[in-house]
Design a protein around this ligand. Sequence first.
Ligand code: PLZ
Length: 445
Amino acid sequence: MTEKREPVVQERRVVTAIPGPKSQELMERRNAVLSTGIGTALPAFIERAEGAILVDVDGNQIVDMGSGIGVVTIGHGNEGVREAAKKQLDDFTHTLITVSPYEEYVRVAEYLSKHSPVPGPTKSLLINSGAEAVENAVKISRKYTGKNGVAVLECAYHGRTMLTSSMTHKAVPYSAGFGPRAGDIHRVPNSYPLHDGLSGEEAAARTIKYIEKAITAGDLACLIAEPIQGEGGFTVPADGYLPALAKWCRENNVVFIADEVQSGIARTGTVYASEQFGLEPDIVLTAKGIAGGLPISAVTGRQEIMDCTGPGSLGGTYSGNPVACAAAISVFEQIEAGGVLEDAKRIEEKLGGGLRKLQEKHPSIAEVRGKGAMLAIELTEPGTLKPAADVVTKVIAEAGQKGVLLLNAGLSGNIIRFLPPLTLSNELIEDVLNVLDEALTAATA
Ligand code: PLZ
């Protein structure tokens, strides 16, 4: 039996320098045995986490504004997730769905069908990571259409595997120097209202024209888009952009894939962000937030697309792990029980509103954007659109020392993104905004 522990009080507490002495010692051990390819956003080692608070080995309480990049959306230490996973650990941990099936896998797929933005009957495949979901979606689209081309948007991020790093826009650190990139991948213009000033309709016309000139519909298997871009800068496309692309895809036998690895599962105030853009994709990809931190991902698509594959053609040893499935079922149950989506909307209002107030005071904030608990500020040299990445670096460092974990984003690294657990209280939002205000003042002095 695990002992009953005191809950973690939901407040920021800085008791040593961050990183403190114990974290510094661990960093030395880390550096001796971990590849330099593995980065660290904030070098404070975590011992425990609950709600929106990370407790480090030196006893500091850090406000988590990243959720491990959008994973613990339901909150750290969520009771439903813990109980479901513990029960499943006791029942069995693995059989492999293709060897001996189990109900939990089926239930997750039922929930995915019920909530997916894909119209009509849908079917799913469960795998382990976002990149694996992207890989499978591309593979299935190629089989279904008999075509090979893959269109990806500017600023896109789709993963780190050989195929997906080729699809990701940013070459450093993701693909540069790592050998030949996968073929028949085409980067096409996106919609980035702050920078292009185009309406959704105009931006879609530009994207389609580019595809028709540079690829042709006859060679294109799929177009993949993150409804709100993640790593690439939390770019929110202009209204109408995504539905116009989906319409063109439908008319041209091109599979439209919505990569909702980061934006999906309650993050933006709806189960999927697609809903808020009136987007009906052919395939939707889910990962991160679906199981409260346990690794699982999904490809959910129109039945006829998902069923174009032959028996045994999809899967992997650990795909749809039962413990991760049990956790995902709990997450869906909690979303359906109510309160989760409302929390994302509350965060949009409180944090988004607070960021807009900060924008009035700090001219380096060129834009506040996002939906639900997927928000960002883009920092530029005041009065211009020139990226101010140095300000972002300073703000993130300063906030980290004060016990607020912030993440950056964007091709130029000049965006600060906010992806907190949805349990983040209004008091913590106020606290984070104050820290941010101070850090911005210091960084631009
Ligand atoms: N598609 C839209 O955001 C993962 C990357 C973390 P994996 N983003 C976080 C890191 O530094 O590796 C992501 C995403 C979108 C696909 C992926 C890939 O998901 O689970 O990391 O493979």
